[in-house]
Design a protein around this ligand. Structure first.
Ligand SMILES: O=c1[nH]cnc2c1ncn2[C@@H]1O[C@H](COP(=O)(O)OP(=O)(O)O)[C@@H](O)[C@H]1O
Ligand SMILES: [Ca+2]
Length: 497
């Protein structure tokens, strides 16, 4: 301590010089980090967009997707930006006035035009995929289905986007793309971790799709994917006519046929509708579908009367499944091969709407049956009072729909009370709806590569953290070095003095 004044006297610039060097050193390090951060930060995130129209049997939805322009091939990058419900019925409902099918899409397409930045319009692909409603219309009246598709095509081509076509997708595509969507969103494709099976329930068809390690006995039900460097053997089946609206017609038709006479007023007592429910309906509304046969008196009406009995409803719904005649080692129903269900499942669309409304999504199978039985037995007046804001058509059908869902999953697909908890009823994963549309777009824009794309070894956040850590380490080492170099000089001077 006594030597300090002498040292200072010897070299009065020593300390300021060290401070000056240290300050320069710190400024250098800070600048290095700042430059690294600024240089590597994506300056202004550029997004690309894609539009898919899901032309379902009951309604059409327009989905707008967006993704960062430079990260097309990374899983989880494409997200739903907006979804618009087209007012009115599904496009197959315009078979007698096809022009209205195209017109119905305008409000949602106008919205898409306004929310996607103008300079991206010409490169934004638009796809329309029609599902089971149009499959049925094509079976019933191919010319009408052609006209409906022409009408939607005409309207979609008037928009400034890159129109890529309107077509009826197959049930196999619907199942496969639903599976791709949930697994893409779940990020289960990049890690070879377990995938999520996909259960989709529509109005006119239903799909089951899952990875199965068992022998695939039916080529029609088997798809092989190579995605991000992993091979997947996927089982899929789409049951046309087994969407919930068509099954309602099927089971009503089963109840009408035995009491079907030409003269009397026909009263059909239905255990799947609430006690006190009474509605005049036309035979036509039940027998107008290619899924239902055997109408003799199209002009006749009947009284649809609820009796609200869960057990009897289950028995009635059960009749729409044909369990005889499996030519494989194992079947679901109607002679269709299906291996035992495996792994976790995401159940979406009407599976979710119905189970969520009935508050059954988290219950065990037995609890769900019990709750549903009580719900079905509740008088219609009380149901209406309890849910004044729910559309009456949906409200009247929840007992039936819930019973159909439990029956399809248990008696159809052979889920049991042991693996019931493997089914997750989901609407969205992140911001994006579960459904076939995202998978359809990813496939058509080649955004899911067969092999894993090369990505930087570190994500951006990790890179910045490492840079900062190294900078701090260098700084500390520098300071330490200053101290160490100062000491010997000091002690040497001390010794000399
Ligand atoms: O909020 C809801 N509650 C109950 N059911 C709904 C709700 N929203 C849609 N749905 C039903 O979901 C189903 C959707 O089927 P979609 O129109 O996709 O037919 P598809 O897939 O067979 O072509 C229809 O049965 C429709 O009534
Ligand atoms: Ca659908």
């Amino acid at each position: 301590m006594d030597d300090q004044p002498e040292m200072k006297a010897k070299n009065p610039w020593h300390r300021p010089r060290i401070i000056f060097i240290t300050v320069l050193f710190v400024i250098g390090i800070v600048s290095m980090v700042a430059i690294g951060v600024v240089q590597n930060k994506p300056l202004h995130q550029k997004y690309k967009y894609g539009i898919v129209l899901d032309a379902g049997s009951s309604h059409t939805s327009v989905y707008i997707y967006q993704w960062p322009a430079e990260k097309e091939n990374n899983t989880g990058m494409v997200q739903q930006m907006d979804a618009c419900n087209v007012p009115g019925v599904g496009i197959s409902g315009y078979s007698t006035e096809p022009n209205r099918a195209g017109d119905s899409l305008k409000s949602c397409m106008d919205k898409a035009r306004s929310i996607i930045p103008n300079h991206r319009h010409p490169e934004t692909p638009v796809y329309l995929g029609a599902t089971a409603g149009m499959r049925l219309l094509e079976m019933k009246n191919a010319a009408a289905s052609e006209k409906v598709l022409e009408s939607v095509e005409r309207v979609l081509q008037t928009y400034p986007f890159s129109y890529q076509g309107a077509r009826i997708i197959s049930g196999q595509e619907e199942g496969a793309f639903g599976w791709i969507t949930v697994n893409y969103l779940n990020e289960s494709l990049r890690q070879a971790s377990g995938t999520l099976g996909a259960l989709d329930l529509g109005g006119a068809s239903t799909q089951i799709t899952f990875v199965s390690g068992q022998k695939q006995e039916s080529p029609d039900n088997s798809i092989d994917f190579r995605l991000y460097g992993h091979d997947y053997h996927v089982y899929t089946h789409s049951f046309l006519c087994y969407g919930k609206d068509q099954v309602l017609k099927l089971s009503l038709a089963n109840e009408i046929r035995p009491v079907h006479t030409k003269t009397e007023t026909i009263v059909v007592e239905d255990p799947c509708f609430h006690p006190g429910y009474r509605m005049n309906k036309n035979f036509q509304s039940v027998f107008n579908s290619p899924c239902v046969t055997g109408l003799s008196y199209p002009e006749k009406n009947f009284v649809h009367m609820g009796s609200g009995n869960g057990t009897k409803c289950h028995a009635a719904v059960r009749k729409v499944f044909n369990d005889s005649g499996c030519s494989y080692s194992i079947c679901s129903f109607n002679g269709i091969f299906q291996p035992r269900v495996e792994g976790q499942f995401g159940a979406f669309s009407a599976f979710f709407f119905v189970m969520d409304f009935l508050n059954l999504t988290t219950l065990s199978l037995d609890e769900a049956k019990e709750e549903l039985g009580k719900y079905c037995a509740t008088p219609w007046e009380i149901i209406k009072q309890n849910h004044p804001n729910v559309k009456e058509k949906y409200l009247a059908e929840y007992c039936f729909s819930g019973t159909y869902i439990l029956t399809l999953l248990e008696d159809g697909y052979n889920f049991t009370s042991h693996n019931w908890q493997d089914i997750k009823f989901i609407k969205k994963i992140g911001n994006s709806d579960a459904g076939w549309t995202l998978g359809y777009m990813l496939n058509l824009t080649n955004m899911i590569p067969a092999e894993s794309p090369d990505t930087p070894p570190l994500p951006y956040g990790g890179y910045v953290t490492l840079m900062v850590l190294f900078a701090v380490m260098i700084l500390l080492l520098g300071l330490l070095a200053c101290k160490v170099f100062r000491r010997p000089t000091g002690s040497a001077q001390k010794e000399i003095i």
